[in-house]
Design a protein around this ligand. Sequence first.
Ligand code: ZN
Length: 462
Amino acid sequence: MVDVGCLMLATMNPELQKQHEDMVAYEMIQNLKEIYEGQARHERSQEGESSRSITFGIYAIDVKLLASTSWVLDTIYKISTKRLKTNDSNQTYLWHCRLDHISERRISKLHKDGLLDPFVFEQMDGCESCLLGKMTKALFNGKGKRASDLLGLIHSDVCGPMNTQARGGFHYFITFTDDFSRYGYIYFMCHKSKVLEKFKEFRNEVQNQHGKSIKALRSDRGGEYLSHEFDELLKECGIVSLLTPPGTPQWNGVSKRINRTLLDMVRSMMSHSDLPISFWGHALETTAFTLNRVPSKSVQKTPHEMWTGKRPSMSFMKIWGYKAYVKHQMSTKLEPKSHKCTFVGYPKETKGHYFYNHKENKLFVARTGVFLEKDFISSEEDHRNIELEEVQQQQDTEPEVERFSQTIEENLTDLETRPLRRSTRERHEPERYGFLVTTHGDVILVNHDEPKTSRSSVGSRL
Ligand SMILES: [Zn+2]
C-alpha cells in the first residue's frame, strides 16, 4: 500500500511537487482542482478548444483512512472517454439509463428473472451521470426487524424545502414506503402543512386497495408529524406512531435512505438532459415508479410484485429526459403532427408516456413515440452538474408535552430500528475523490464516499 499523498506527489513535475509537499491528500486535490480550472479557463481563452492539454473524462481516486492521519491509496484510475464510448452498444448501460441509473447488480437480477427484453448481459463501464449525480455523503445504515405483512409498518419522511421549485410550485415531497414490500408512494407539497392531507390520501388509497389497515407509522420528529391533528388521526385509526428518539434521525433510516436514493437518481437522470431543473418533480416521480419495479437487497421479488401480486412489465420503459418524435393530436388541427418532444414520465392512471413539448411549453400524454435512444447513448454532450439539494433548516424544536405514542414505542421494540452503531468496518471504507473534466475543460471535484459507484449504486439500498 502506498500513501496517496506520496503517490500523487510522485506523479507531479518538480514545480508542482514543491507547491504540494506540505499538503495532505485532500488539500492537494482541492489545490489541483483550482490549478486545472484556472489552466482550462486560460487555455480556452488563449488557444481555443482544439489544443487544450486536459483530457476529457472521469478520474477517480479511492483512498482508505487507516489511522486518523494516514491515507492509503485503494485504487486510482481514469475512466476515459474511450471507455465511456464503449457503452454505446452496451445493453446493460442502456437499461441502466432506462431504469434511472440503478446499479448493475439490480439490472443483472432483473435480467436473470426474465423481466427485461432478452439481451446478452455484459458489464458496463463507468457512468458519468452517476458520478456527477451521487455526490452525497453518509448513508444511514440502521437495520431493524422487518414487518411481516403489507401495511404492517409504513416509513415516512418529508424532504424539503428544495433549493429549486418544481413545476407546479412544489418545494417539498413526502414519501411513504411499505416496509414489507418496499413499495413506495411519493406526494408533492407546496408547504409542510400538507403532510396530514397527504397522509390521509395515501391511507385511503392503500387501505382500500388491500383491504387492510396500516398498523404503524415510522417518522422522525419533524414538526409536521407532531401536530395535534396528526396525533389525533393516528389514535383514531389505531395506528401506532413510531417516532425516532430526539437527535437521532438515523433511526428513521429507511425513509432517509429512500429520499437520498431518489435525489441521487434524479441528479443522475437530469445531468444528461437539457430540461430545466424545475423538472425534478417529474424525474422524482419517474424514479419512484422505477424503484417499485426493481428488486433490492431488502426484497427478493420486485416491490411491484409483492404489492400487486403481478410481475411488472418493463418493456415500455425509456430513458427519462430523452427526445422522441411524438404524434400529437392538436385540438385545433384534424391531422396529428409529429413533434420532437422530451420524455418526462409515466402517467399513473393510463398506459403511455408523458412528453414535454419545448416549443409550446406543454406537457401531454401519448401512448408512445419514436424514441431516439441511440442518439442519446452516443451523444457526447456535456453532462451537467445538477444542483438540487434540500435547504438545511434548523431542527424543529421538541414539544414540551410527553406524547402518548412515545410510551407505546417502548413496548414495540420488535418493530424498532436499531440505533446506528459505528462499526470498525465502516471507518475503513474508502473515501472517493473524483475529478470530472468536461469537454469544455471545466474540472468538477467530486467528493464521494460510495466505494463502488457504478457497481452498487445508492439505489440498491432501497
Ligand atoms: Zn448512471
